[in-house]
Each structure stands twice: as structure tokens, then as C-alpha cells.
Ligand binder design. Structure first.
Ligand code: FAD
Ligand code: NAP
Length: 309
């Protein structure tokens, strides 16, 4: 029986593991279906993590976090969690291979995944020109033209990363103002090879047997259609939270959530179910920042110790 099961190995899960093990819990397992680090490992740069003076990649920032946790006894099981249930005082964690483990307390820190833009050609060409990770796939388009979809911080930051590799980067946004912070937008304006295509919707990602060849966009004012030629199309239109592990057989959630499916927590990261914590991007009002996810994890790790006492 685990004292504390952590579902998800991003900044929230790792920090919870650090605080729980260093605080004296002996039997703590973090279930992470991939390599620990979370979604920030896909970011080409992070410059707002406190104390980190140089701009580093997300992978560099997270590099030492798992090692630090292991030092205090956190175990990592590389497995996908399918469902978390509770009977009496005990939680059951059901894994992708059908096996299960029991735990006295649980943290849900499964974060979020890229949201699809829902346009024609997006699914068909995924992995054949359509990508959601500039750090992973940008290099394939060295010296070529690419199209970036979205107007938030991710789209703007990753467009800048791509501008250092690619010939032209078209940034297509459906409004005439970016959602991204003004600081990021200012940086975008310094690149001659970034073309802002504002107030345009994306109609279709087109291609052939070799992959993507361009993106058809529509001017929202005039209705005019045009094709932006590019061999890559990077989709950064937001994120969907991952709350599937909380879904019960009858379709309800294990704990209270809001209409968007975000987990309702109090300031101690406690959910409506005793012993069940949630933190990071999955919780209500999450600022969706590494430092905030890490802070939630620390609070939940400390909370698990108190709960078990
Ligand atoms: P995540 O980082 O999403 O980690 C969740 C983990 O859970 C993942 O590793 C996933 O594999 C795992 N998981 C999910 N479901 C399961 C399951 N069923 N079973 C097992 N494991 C599971 N924030 C900043 O502060 N500054 C930035 O500059 C910044 N830039 C960003 C750039 C990009 C491109 C992106 C995508 C995000 C950026 N963010 C930035 C946001 C930041 O990365 C997130 O707010 C933060 O990572 C959230 O941490 P988390 O632990 O809640 O979740
Ligand atoms: P986001 O902030 O939700 O922005 C999504 C963007 O995509 C918006 O501009 C939105 O348009 C557009 N969009 C949404 N659906 C669309 C669709 N179907 N078709 C076309 N465009 C669509 O998402 P994000 O940029 O991925 O950021 C996620 C979170 O992580 C945010 O909280 C962000 O601040 C954080 N983050 C922070 C940093 C940083 O601190 N440096 C870096 C990256 C991410 P509208 O503007 O019209 O809604």
C-alpha cells in the first residue's frame, strides 16, 4: 500500500514528490507515462522561472528535478494511469496494463495537452507537417517556410524560436490583437522573417503524399481566401486539461469539478474527497506557469503528510 500516489510527473507532481519524501513519507510513487518533466520540456525557452538568470530550454530547466526527488526516495513508475477510485479510506490506481495499486492519499497532477484547432487536414497531416512542438520538429524546416496557428504566449514564443531556423514564419491569428503578453509580442516585431497574418481564420491545412504544402486562410473582414505556402504547420491554439483519470464508471468525476472539468481545490490543494489532492494546470484558476505548478505540488506534498498523520 502506497502512502502517497502522485499521478503525473510535471513540475507539480515532481515537487509534491520532493516535499512528501523529504518530509518523511517512505512509500511514495509518481506514476508518469513518459519521461518526467511535463509539458515545459517542449518549450524552446523559459525566462520566468525565479532564480534562473539565463534563458534555458524547458528540457534544461527540468533536467535535474527527477534526480533531486529520487535522492529523497521518490519512486517513478513509467505507466499510464487509467482511473483513480476510492472505497472507504483507500484509493485504487488502475494502470493501463490492467493492474492496480492501492494508496492512502493521491495527488492528481496530469496537466494538459495541446488542443487541436479542429480544422480540415489537421488530423490527416499530423506528424507529416502538422506539429505541436517547435523544439521537437522545428529543425526539419531549416531554411523553409512554416505557418504557426494561434495568438497566445505559446504561439508567439514558438514563432520566435522557429524564426531563428526557418526562412519565413507566418503567424495566423483570428483576432487583430494577440492574447500573448505585450513583452512577448514586442520580441516578435523584431524579426523581419515573421509575417503576422492577423484577423484571419484558418480554413484548411493542405498537402500531398509528401506532407503539408500550405495553409488556406480567410480574411475575416473581406472574406478573401489565400494560401500561405509552407511545409510545416505548428498548431498552438491552447491546451485541454487531462482529467480522465478522475472519471468514474457512471460518468461522474471522483471529486468536484467546474463546468470546464477543472478540479475544484481549496488553498491546501485539497479536493472535495478527503486524501485526494490536485495541483498544477488541472486545478481551477491555474495561472498555468511552472512556478505555480511547483508551488501547488509543494502544498499538496505537505498536505499529504498532514492528512496521513
Ligand atoms: P504538466 O507539465 O502538463 O505535466 C503533467 C504530466 O502528467 C505529463 O508529464 C504527462 O505525461 C503526465 N500524465 C498525464 N496524464 C497521465 C496519466 N493518465 N498517467 C500518467 N501520467 C500522466 N510556463 C512558464 O512558467 N513559463 C514559460 O515560459 C512557459 N512556457 C511554455 C511553453 C510551452 C510550449 C508550453 C506547452 C507550456 C509553457 N508553460 C510555461 C506552461 C507550463 O509548462 C505549465 O503550466 C506546467 O508545465 C504545468 O505543470 P503540471 O505539472 O501541472 O502539468
Ligand atoms: P492560450 O493562452 O489559451 O491561447 C490560445 C490562442 O489560440 C488564443 O490566442 C486563441 O485565440 C487561439 N485559438 C484558440 N482556439 C483556436 C482555434 N480553434 N483556431 C484558431 N485559434 C484558436 O494558449 P497557450 O498560448 O498555449 O498558453 C496556455 C497557457 O500557458 C497560458 O496560460 C499561457 O500564459 C501559459 N504560457 C505561458 C508562457 C510564459 O509565461 N512565457 C509561455 C507559454 C504558455 P483568442 O485569442 O481569440 O482566444
Amino acid at each position: 500500500m502506497l502512502d502517497f500516489a502522485i499521478i503525473g510527473g510535471g513540475p507539480a507532481g515532481l515537487t509534491a514528490g520532493l516535499y512528501a519524501t523529504r518530509g518523511g513519507l517512505n512509500n511514495v510513487t509518481m506514476f508518469e507515462m513518459g519521461m518526467p518533466g511535463g509539458q515545459i520540456t517542449q518549450s524552446s525557452e523559459i525566462e520566468n522561472y525565479p532564480g534562473q538568470l539565463e534563458v534555458v530550454t524547458g528540457m534544461e530547466l527540468m533536467d535535474k528535478w527527477p534526480e533531486q526527488c529520487k535522492r529523497f526516495g521518490l519512486k517513478h513508475e513509467m505507466a499510464e494511469v487509467k482511473q483513480v477510485t476510492k472505497s472507504g479510506e483507500i484509493f485504487t490506481i488502475t494502470l493501463g496494463d490492467g493492474t492496480s495499486q492501492e494508496a492512502k492519499s493521491v495527488l492528481i497532477a496530469t496537466g494538459s495537452v495541446p488542443k487541436p484547432a479542429g480544422i480540415k487536414g489537421e488530423r490527416e497531416f499530423f506528424g507529416k507537417g502538422v506539429s505541436t512542438c517547435a523544439t521537437c520538429d522545428g529543425f526539419f524546416y531549416k531554411g523553409k517556410d512554416v505557418v504557426v496557428l494561434g495568438g497566445g504566449d505559446t504561439a508567439v514564443e514558438e514563432a520566435i524560436f522557429l524564426a531563428n531556423i526557418c526562412k519565413t514564419v507566418y503567424v495566423v491569428h483570428r483576432r487583430d490583437e494577440f492574447k500573448a503578453s505585450p513583452h512577448e509580442v514586442e520580441k516578435l516585431d523584431k524579426f523581419d522573417n515573421i509575417v503576422k497574418v492577423m484577423n484571419h481564420t484558418t480554413e484548411e491545412i493542405i498537402g500531398d503524399a509528401m506532407g503539408v504544402t500550405g495553409v488556406i486562410v480567410k480574411d475575416k473582414t473581406t472574406g478573401e481566401l489565400k494560401t500561405l505556402d509552407g511545409l510545416g504547420c505548428f498548431v498552438f491554439v491552447g491546451r485541454n486539461i487531462l482529467n480522465d483519470t478522475l472519471k468514474q464508471e457512471d460518468g461522474s468525476f471522483l471529486c468536484d469539478t467546474n463546468e470546464a472539468g477543472e478540479v475544484i481545490v481549496n488553498l491546501k490543494m485539497e479536493t472535495s474527497v478527503p486524501g485526494l489532492f490536485a495541483g498544477g494546470d488541472i486545478r481551477i484558476d491555474a495561472p498555468k506557469q511552472v512556478v505555480c505548478a511547483a508551488g501547488d505540488g509543494a502544498v499538496a506534498g505537505i498536505g499529504a503528510i498532514s492528512y496521513l498523520q
